[in-house]
Ligand binder design. Structure first.
Ligand code: APR
Ligand code: PHB
Length: 391
């Protein structure tokens, strides 16, 4: 088999790249380990920055997002039993859209298949060969056959646990990693949202977050141990803990309902640099992970692809490879801004077991500052809505 760009992974990064290349007449084939049903149902992130929303609209797949996505103009920080709103619109003139990652994935898959694009679901044993040679190849298994895909370039969009990053020879990548001493237990439940906008709660018992997916579906999280056993968390214990951490002096109650899904995710920051080697370009989670407190994961993946698609298109249209050579450098400043913001939000809002009462008072003082000072609130808002990509 032969194509121009071989793409590993059908997450938002891989699918968006395939779609953007197609719009310029460039062929690609996407190899995905899982089934279509699996990737369309997998519950992941849910916040799109203004810039990500613009990209999705610009490439013509934004109709359903504009109809069903929930436009938010701010977020709430809750601590000491009180709620403080950060008004993004007033502070930055921008907002965010709450729209599930798997909805973005569904819209992209539909657009690719409608245009005759090839996504080979359930492709296993993907192996990259000759990534530093002129024509790299991808070996894989599909429908019981061993296949070989020749291409000009490979995009490694296969997430944190994928095979592309480990295909780069030892000694090339610099790895920067920080593991937080906690995880998030996330649920999806059938309930009406209890607030118009997200609520980030910093409580002495630990962090909690109230988010949503639609007027009838909520997504809530509680801070837990990184290796928390989900079997220790029957539904009533989850709701009880959420209610305690979300409590206010005014007697706030979270709407409860049938839990459709639950799972635990560890929290880490991770950056692999440079995000390229030979003819292999890493994008999204395969190159970097952020703790979810800053809601940056999906946005960073799309941001990488905007830069990568532009560089690949330039190569095919003009033969120029300067942009490709500069790919990692162009991404990495934004990656580090997102890392810092996500680490900062995480540090401000979570309970650290090793913290003493002094350090808890520092967190509370920071929360009062960020919600009380317009300058500090604007700093949070600019980062959250994604205005600081190039700093
Ligand atoms: N071969 C083929 N496909 C693979 C392999 C493999 N060996 N390993 C993983 N994949 C697939 C996964 O099944 C997944 O569909 O690669 C895809 C990677 O997609 P994502 O993990 O969604 O990564 P990305 O597109 O970079 O999007 C980042 O995902 O986890 C969230 O917070 C993160 O929102 C961010 C987004
Ligand atoms: C979500 O809705 O899944 C979500 C929202 C905000 C975050 C993280 C996750 O910071």
């Amino acid at each position: 088999m032969r194509t121009q760009v071989g793409i590993v992974g059908a997450g938002p990064a891989g699918l968006m790249l395939s779609h953007m290349l197609h719009l310029k007449g460039i062929e690609s084939i996407v190899l995905e380990l899982r089934s279509r049903d699996y990737v369309e149902k997998r519950v992941r992130a849910g916040v799109l920055e203004h810039g990500a929303m613009d990209l999705i609209n610009a490439v013509g797949i934004g109709d359903r997002m504009m109809r069903e996505g929930m436009a938010h103009h701010g977020v709430n920080l809750r601590f000491d039993g009180e709620t403080h709103r950060i008004d993004f619109e007033q502070l930055t003139g921008r907002g965010i859209v709450v729209y599930g990652q798997q909805e973005v994935v569904k819209d992209l898959i539909a657009a690719r298949l409608e245009a005759g694009g090839q996504i080979l679901f359930e492709s296993s044993e993907v192996r990259l060969r000759d990534i530093d040679a002129k024509s790299p190849t991808i070996h894989f298994r599909h429908n019981g056959e061993d296949l070989l895909l020749h291409c000009d370039m490979i995009a490694g969009c296969d997430g944190f646990h994928g095979v592309c990053r480990p295909s780069i020879p030892d000694g090339v990548l610099r790895i920067h990693e920080h593991t937080f001493p906690f995880g998030w237990l996330g649920i999806l439940a059938e309930a009406e949202p209890s607030s118009e906008e997200l609520i980030y709660a910093s409580h002495d018992r630990g962090f909690a977050l109230h988010s949503m997916r639609s007027p009838t579906i909520v997504r809530n999280y509680i801070q837990c141990e990184p290796d928390e056993d989900i079997n220790e968390w029957p539904d009533n214990r989850i709701w009880e803990e959420l209610q305690r951490r979300m409590e206010t002096r005014e007697g706030f109650r979270l709407n409860e309902g049938r839990i459709l899904e639950k799972g635990v995710t560890p929290m880490r920051g991770f950056v692999a640099e440079p995000m390229q080697y030979g003819n292999l370009y890493l994008a999204g989670d395969s190159a970097h992970i952020v703790p979810p407190t800053g809601a940056k994961g999906m946005n960073l993946a799309l941001k990488d692809i905007k830069i990568l698609a532009d560089a690949m298109i330039t190569r095919y249209e003009t033969g120029g490879t300067d942009k490709l050579e500069d790919y990692s450098r162009r991404c990495v400043l934004g990656v580090w801004r997102a890392q810092h913001f996500s680490w900062w939000m995480t540090s401000m809002l979570h309970r650290f077991n090793q913290h003493d009462v002094y350090q808890r008072q520092l967190q509370l003082s920071q929360l009062r500052y960020v919600t009380g000072s317009e300058a500090a609130a604007r700093s949070l808002a600019e980062n959250y809505v994604g205005m600081l990509w190039d700093l």
